[in-house]
Structures are given as C-alpha cells and as structure tokens.
Design a protein. Sequence first.
Length: 574
Amino acid sequence: MPHLRPGDRRAGGLSPLARGMCMALSLRPIADVAQELGLEPAHVLPWGRHRAKVDLAALNDRPETGRLILVSAINPTPPGEGKTTTSIALAMGLRLRGRRAVAALRQPSMGPVFGVKGGGTGGGRATFEPAQDINLHFTGDIHAVASAHNLLAALADNAAYYQDPVNLNPQAITWPRTMDMNDRFLRNTIVGLGGRSHGTPRETRFDITAASEVMAILGMANSLEDLSERCGRIVIGKTHDGKPVRAADINAGPSMAALLKDALMPNLAQTAEGGPVIVHGGPFANIAHGCSTILGTQLGMKYATEVITEGGFGFDLGGEKFLDIKCRTGGFWPRLVVLVATLRALKSHGGVALEATTEPNAEALQRGFDHLKKHLETAKAFGLPVVVAINGFPTDTAEEMQLLRDFCAENGAACAAHTAFAHGGEGALELADTVLKELAQTDASPPTPNFAYELDAPLHDKVRAVAQRVYGARDAILTPAAQKQAREIEKLGGAVLPVCMAKTHLSLSDDPTRQGRPRDFDITVRELRLSAGAGFVVALTGEIMTMPGLPKVPASRRVRIEPDGRILGLMQGE
C-alpha cells in the first residue's frame, strides 16, 4: 500500500495519488463481491470488471430477513457531514465483525459532482467503488432516466402539434425537460421558436434529472409492469377544454419503460475494503424524496443480515420521506436510526461561522445540542431508537467529544464515534458494536410503522403534520396558488397520496439562514405539484429550485485526468 503523507486531508488519510493507487490494487472482481452476498452467478450481469447489474429474478422467492438501518443526519453545513461516509463505515465495521452487511445507497448526480459538493461516494478510506465511475456515468441509469423523461416531453409537444391522439393544449403542457447538470439558465425557457413548422412557442423549464418524476418512479417501481403503469400515470398537461392528459393518453408509458428496462435492475459495487454495496436510484432529498430504490433495499434485505441505507440530507428531509413515502410503499420499516453528527455542524447550529468551527467552543457546542435534540425527539415520535454517530475530524477535542456523549446519554440515545475516513473499517468498530447492541434490543419486538400522517387526511393537513411534528413549526400555510393547486390535485385523485416536502436542507425551517432549533415559525408552501406516477405530491417551500445553479467556483475546476486514465478531483480534498 502507498505510504501516507503529512499533508493528507485528514490525519491518517490517503493522498489522492495514494488513494487512486490503493483502489486500483485492491478492488475485487465483481463476481467475488456477488458471491459474498450470496447472489447466484446467473443473476449477476457484469458491467466491466468492478460493477454489475443484478437481475430482478434474484428477488424471487426469498424472504426479507435483513435488519434495516436508516442513516440520516442533523441538518448539515454546506460541505455535508459525512452521511455516506458513515453509511459505508458502518457497513465495513459490521463486515469486520463477521456480519453479511450491505449498504444500499443512491447514485450521485453529476450536478453536485461538478457543482458545490463534489463526488458522493463517501470519503477517505470509507468509500464505495469504483468511485470515479459511480460519480460519472456508472451503468447509465441516470442517462436512461433523462432519456425517458425527454422522450415524454417530445411526445407531448408532438401530440400538441398534431392534436393527435388527444387535443392537448400546447400552452397547458406542464411536463418539463431534464438534464443531469446544474444549469440555472435553463430554469425558465421558451421552446417552439422559428415558425409554425418548428412548433408552437411556449414557456417551459428544465429540471435536474435527480428531481425528475421519472427518477422517483424508478425508485418506487417494483417490477417492469409497475414501471410502465407508473410512467403512464404521469400528468403532462390539459386538453383545450381543461381535462387532464396523462402519458398513457399519448401511449408513452411502454416506450418510456423500454428505455428504463436495464435501469430498473439494481447495481452492485463494493466498499473500499471489498464488501458489497447496492447502488440504485438518485433522487435529491431537498427537491425529491432522497432515497435509493425500493428494489435495491429489498434486494439487500433478502441477502444480507444488516442493510444500511440513507435518507438524504437531514432527518427532517430524507429521513422523514424514507419513513412516510418509501417505507409506506415498500412495506418495510427500519430497526433503528443512525443519526450522523459532527462537532463542526453542532457548533455551526450554535451560532459560530463555519470557518470558526474547527476551534474549541464548548458554549457554541452546547447551544447546538438543542438542534440535535429536536431530531432525537422526531425519531422518538416515529418510534425508532437512535444511535448518534459522531463523524470524527482531526480538530475535534476529547473534551468536546465527551460533552456530546454526555448529552446523548442524558437524552436516551446511544452514541459512538468513528474515524473511518482515516482508518476504514477498523475506525468504525465502536459504531458497529453499538449498532449491533441496539439492534439486539429490537429483535424481540421490532419497531412497527408509525407514520406522521394518515393517507386519507387532506393535503393541507399532511403538510401541516410534517411541518409541526418534524420541523417544529407553528403551522403550515398554503399560498392562494397552492390552495388552488391542492383542489385540482384532489380532483385528480391525489388526495390519498403522501406529500414530498421540498425544503432547504440547511435549516429545520424553510429559511436557510435560521440554524439551530427555530421556534415560532410557519412553513409556507408556494406550489404543489402532482407526481402521480411516483405516487406523491411535491410541496415546494422557500426558494427551492428543481434546477440548481453552479457556484462561482464550480467543483469541476479541480477535476483532472492523469496520463494513466485515472480521474482526480471528483471528491472534496483531492
């Protein structure tokens, strides 16, 4: 193994060059990874040396016996708090303890890869691999989602152009276009310019592919038949007399499903230490539901003893949606929540500027505990035990770490630190042991589903339930436009669907500047969108955009390719 260097980003971590050499030397053939998980060779479709598709036949006639673990987090700082790193750390630590553990995670979007955060495959020695492929094109699933989405957009415009097979009003088409890249200039566009032969001019928009309803459909579908039916249920606009038009009305569902056929199969990859990882689906959590696919999770539960999966961003976003949307549809429920916290983020929630959070500040840390306490209360309201996972940084002090441990003990939560970024699975053994101990206490009486709201409640009441129970809001307010949309959605059958809250990830409120534990605030929903194929209603709050923009200095500027073909700079710190 290459030698460590003093200038590496974390104490004990690998330099980019050393890390690349290490990965090239240590990755296992994907067939060996599949064998460790117990998959039959006939069900494993290799996609190169180190990645594979898993045939859906692998899910047949096997019970779901794996214990499901949800990894979420406190509201993060802009760089993130290492939720994926912790998920991989736990999987590696459990594997070192002799467990057949698997992580079931999302595929990163290229928008953040080249935007603010960089790659989304963990960090240091706690990564899933081959990282450069997973962060870029991987097995083409995101491209397939974009192709199916844009096929429907083209078919909708074509149906409006010819007024066949329905009299679709071109000015009432609501289905946008998509691409897997941050581009603020495509948030609002005009199409159809150039004269009658080129179409009818109208306003439209682009969404990032991770926010596409087709991505959500991929995450919720349980078979090819279900996939095709869900695609057909997408509402694309209205006729000239105001009647809703769905994708099935222009015969688009089967052709979209044809483009998504391979994408529906879960992907198999591996941790930096060779353990299995299921990578499938990639919806954002602040503008979509933020979870890997139901099929990927079910695959893990059928073959592994423990399945570690994520709810994107904080517990208020991806965690709530995992429970109220994904678990409700998939028919499973986690045994416990691993809530990722860093001293850095807690001090930030305590009122310290991010650049100053590396300095000891016990007062700010203790103020930040109020934020953590709200997430612990929310998990308890869902009936779930919590293990607080402290993602350690070299600047952390023993005194502040002990303050956090004491706080967790006082509030009935188990707590464990890990240094997997620097030390891999060996640095996650305390976390693995703590999780195993807590899991054992659920074996006799596993937690049962306890949702934030009932499906037959009015849409406004569902939004209010999430705002009050999960965010700690005083109330949820729908603007007049959103109230009108709620009435229209209920007429279209959306009254019985769960809600998918689109909210900033930086705060429990809908104001990203309000850190800590805000009180006496309202959540304002400015727009409601029916995602009939995915099976939920999206409620947009604040300034959330479904097409992010690039920062002044995009992460793409640090990406470089070596003469031997290795790509560096995709991850923070490389």
